[in-house]
Design a protein around this ligand. Structure first.
Ligand code: COA
Length: 363
């Protein structure tokens, strides 16, 4: 395994990364040297994947659309051997169980072939997520196609029909936008696992577990529930006040790092526009009402729309069922997790935060 001293990352700790940069004050996200807005417009998910993997490895990598398509095929061939993994009621449980069936390479004692494992994991995620979704709806899973790009194939495997170019483009922009985001909870989880010199598949499975929670990746489904419950802009304020009075948070609002609107919200708004969904106007109205109420309630704590707000609108507009929203986040973020595993390998140090003991001492 390459070590920090041989990689040029001497003294680097887990908080230093060349993969993405989150500026919470300015509301800026840079992924592998590109503003997220720019990357989402010019790059396919396959290209973004290569760029983040290269940023993680610190060298060029050979990851092609054809390799990812082959990985989708291999995952599809594994489907009959997944037992009841894809029968779980929750899509993230199913994805975690499905990905756990993947086997990491073992390069004969010299460590793992992380790049090969990354391609396997990135290719498998959409296949398992789409197959789970179809099984949930009582439909027969649809196999991947080597003819299609990753985003189009994911949509086709989900709906059973070739997607419109506009829907495929919007989903591609979404997958690129969420491919990496600094040291978020699931990425940190994946890095901790990699830092023990465990394999990439284990890191990805752990990442899925961390992403599942509604404080991280599980919010877009509830955002769509919220938009449905509100129904029309006129109801927004009353409904939102009721939520807060009941002690609940407004889903899709607030962020640990951003003190302004999450820049990814704007990228997704632009991406979803060509699909002319009526939910976009409603989402704008609900966001404005929520921002106003939260500003009044918490003047010292800026709480603006986060990525999940417009994720809900976009993923609904491209035809994905809401139970599949969190797994779809994982389909994009798995690229970032893998890039961070590559980067953590170069750091080559165990991540081991200290704890402060506050319990009783022996008498
Ligand atoms: N609705 C209502 N109040 C909110 C809120 C929301 N969406 N987000 C934060 N707050 C309030 C909290 O209640 C807390 O108030 P208090 O100090 O009176 O207890 C204060 O703002 C700070 O919240 P805290 O949980 O400490 O901030 P955080 O940085 O840990 O939270 C999130 C970040 C994302 C977990 C949080 O904003 C949240 O729960 N959002 C809703 C879920 C969501 O959209 N998740 C997707 C994230 S990308």
């Amino acid at each position: 395994m390459e070590t920090a001293s041989s990689s040029g990352l001497e003294g680097v700790n887990a908080a230093n990364t060349a993969i993405s940069h989150v500026d919470g004050e300015q509301g800026r996200l840079v992924i592998a040297g590109y503003d997220a807005e720019q990357l989402a417009q010019v790059a396919t998910f396959e290209e973004a994947t290569r760029r983040v993997l290269e940023a993680g490895r610190g060298a060029s990598v050979d990851v092609t659309p054809a390799q990812l398509a082959q990985a989708r095929i291999r995952a599809w061939e594994l489907l009959p051997r997944l037992g009841d993994a894809l029968d779980a009621a929750d899509g993230m449980d199913a994805l975690r169980a499905g990905l756990a069936h993947l086997r990491a390479t073992s390069a004969g004692g010299s460590g793992y072939d992380d790049l090969a494992d990354a391609i396997t994991a990135i290719g498998a995620a959409p296949v398992f997520a789409a197959a789970w979704s179809r099984k949930q709806r009582g439909l027969v899973p649809v196999g991947p196609s080597v003819e299609l790009d990753h985003a189009s194939d994911y949509l086709r495997m989900t709906t059973g029909a070739a997607p419109s170019p506009a829907a495929a483009k919007a989903l591609g922009a979404y997958l690129v936008t969420v491919s990496d985001h600094g040291m978020n909870a699931s990425t940190f989880t994946a890095r901790v696992v990699a830092s023990t010199a465990s394999d990439l598949i284990s890191a990805v499975v752990a990442g899925v577990g961390a992403l599942k929670g509604p404080l991280h990746g599980g919010a877009p489904g509830p955002v769509l529930d919220m938009l449905d419950a509100i129904g029309t802009p006129a109801n927004a304020e009353t409904w939102l006040l009721g939520e807060l009075a009941a002690g609940r948070r407004i889903m899709g609002m607030g962020h640990r790092i951003y003190r302004v609107r999450d820049p990814r919200a704007a990228v997704l708004e632009v991406a979803v526009k060509p699909l002319s969904t009526p939910n976009l106007d409603l989402a704008h109205a609900v966001e404005a009402a929520a921002a106003k109420i939260l500003r009044e309630r918490k003047p010292d704590r800026p709480l603006a729309a986060n990525v999940e707000f417009y994720t809900a609108v976009l993923l609904d507009a491209v035809g994905l069922p809401r139970g599949q929203f969190a797994p779809t986040f994982a389909v994009g973020r798995v690229a970032g997790w893998c890039a961070h595993v590559l980067e953590q390998r170069r750091v080559g140090k165990l991540i081991r935060p200290a704890s402060t003991y506050v319990g009783p001492m022996p008498a």
